[in-house]
Design a protein around this ligand. Structure first.
Ligand SMILES: Nc1ncnc2c1ncn2[C@@H]1O[C@H](COP(=O)(O)OP(=O)(O)O)[C@@H](O)[C@H]1O
Ligand SMILES: [Mg+2]
Length: 313
C-alpha cells in the first residue's frame, strides 16, 4: 500500500515517543511506502484535491530517523490510505482541512479518521453523547449556571473546550479565593463556552488512555499519573505514564463506544478515563502507543497497519 500521513513538520516530531512516527515505522516494516504531507500543502483546483507529499524512508535510529525525498504533487486518491494526524488547535484552519479532505473522499480517497467524523467530534463535547459513562458535567457559557454547579458539587474541574495537553485546566473548590476571576478569565467574560465537571479524586491513580483501533479495544491503557502537587495527568504537564491492563469498567465503556465510533469512520480513537468515568474522546491525533508498547510489548502501531490493510480489501 501507499500510505500518506498528514503530520506536523517532521523535524518537530519526537521519534522516541511519537505515535505517528511509530505508525510510519510499522508501515514501512510491513513493506508499505510512506509519504508525509503538511496540512498547508493540501490544495483543491477545480474540485480535484492534491497535496505536496514527500516519500519517506524511516529508520529505528531516533537521532536520524528519516530521509525525505523532495516533495511532489500527488492526487490524494493516489494513496491507498491517508492518515490525518495533525495536532490541535482545532481552529477554523483545521475545519477547513476537513472540508478539503472530504472533497478528496468524493474522488475516492480513503482518509482516516474520516474528515466528517473529526469535524463532528469535539474532543471535549463528544462525551455528552454518553452521559451514563461520564462524571456529572455541565457545558455552558452562562456564569450563573457555572456558579450554581460549583456550589452544588463543591469541587470541580473547569476546562476550555479547545485545549489539549492539560492547557487551561483548573480545579476549583467552592471556597476558592480566585473562583470568580478564573471563571471570568477562562470564559472571557461569558463569551466562551466552558466545561465544568465533578472533580474525580481517582485522578491520583491516573488519567487512563484507552485506545480503540479500527473498532477494536486495545487491552492495555496508559495511566498518566500527575506529578506531586499537580492536578493534571497529561504527559505534557509532567505526568508519568504507566501501562496497565484495562479494568472491567474501562473495558465495558470502551466496548460500548467502539462499534459506534468505528461506524463513523474513527479508526484511531483515544478515550480518556478517570476512575472508570469517560472524560474525553480524542480523535485528532491520539498518542501513547509507544509507551504502551515499551512497557507491555503490545504493538498498537502494528494494529493500526492491520486496520488499514483490512479496510483496503
Ligand atoms: N473530572 C476530572 N477530575 C479530576 N481531574 C480531571 C478531570 N478532568 C480533567 N482532569 C485533569 O485534567 C487533565 C486534562 O484533562 P482532559 O479533559 O483530558 O483535557 P486535555 O485535552 O487537556 O487532555 C487530566 O489528565 C486530569 O489530570
Ligand atoms: Mg486528555
Amino acid at each position: 500500500m501507499k500510505i500518506a500521513l498528514i503530520v506536523d513538520p517532521l523535524p518537530q516530531l519526537k521519534p522516541y515517543k511519537d505515535s505517528s512516527v511509530a505508525i510510519m515505522r510499522a508501515a514501512q516494516a510491513r513493506g508499505h511506502t510512506v509519504h508525509a504531507i503538511a496540512r498547508e500543502a493540501i490544495s483543491v483546483r477545480d474540485g480535484r484535491v492534491s497535496a505536496m507529499a514527500s516519500a519517506l524512508s524511516v529508520r529505528a535510529d531516533d537521532q536520524d530517523w528519516f530521509s525525505a525525498a523532495p516533495p511532489s504533487r500527488h492526487a490524494l486518491n493516489d494513496f491507498d490510505a491517508v492518515l490525518m494526524r495533525q495536532d490541535p488547535p482545532f481552529d477554523a484552519e483545521y475545519v477547513t482541512a476537513t472540508w478539503l479532505l472530504e472533497r478528496a473522499e468524493s474522488h475516492g480517497a480513503r482518509v482516516w479518521n474520516k474528515p466528517r467524523a473529526i469535524r463532528d467530534h469535539s474532543e471535549k463535547v463528544a462525551i455528552a453523547e454518553f452521559p451514563d459513562f461520564t462524571p456529572t458535567t455541565l457545558i455552558t457559557r452562562d456564569t450563573a449556571e457555572i456558579q450554581a454547579f460549583i456550589d452544588e458539587l463543591g469541587d470541580v474541574i473547569l476546562k476550555p473546550l479547545d485545549g489539549m495537553g492539560g492547557a487551561g485546566i483548573f480545579r476549583i473548590r467552592h471556597d476558592d479565593a480566585n473562583r470568580n476571576a478564573i471563571i471570568e478569565t477562562l470564559g472571557a467574560d461569558a463569551s466562551r463556552t466552558l466545561m465544568v465537571q465533578r472533580y474525580l479524586p481517582q485522578i491520583a491513580e491516573g488519567d487512563k488512555r484507552v485506545l480503540l483501533i479500527g473498532g477494536e479495544v486495545m487491552p492495555y491503557s496508559l495511566a498518566r499519573i500527575p506529578k506531586a502537587g499537580e492536578t493534571r495527568g497529561n504527559l505534557a504537564a509532567g505526568g508519568r505514564g504507566v501501562a496497565m491492563p484495562l479494568t472491567a469498567r474501562e473495558r465495558e465503556i470502551a466496548e460500548t463506544l467502539a462499534p459506534t465510533l468505528w461506524a463513523r469512520g474513527l479508526l484511531i480513537v483515544g478515550l480518556d478515563m478517570i476512575g472508570g468515568h469517560l472524560t474525553e474522546i480524542n480523535v485528532t491525533s491520539p498518542t501513547c502507543m509507544v509507551e504502551i508498547r515499551q512497557q507491555t510489548g503490545f504493538d498498537i502501531p502494528a494494529r493500526v497497519i492491520d486496520a488499514l490493510e483490512n479496510t483496503c480489501h
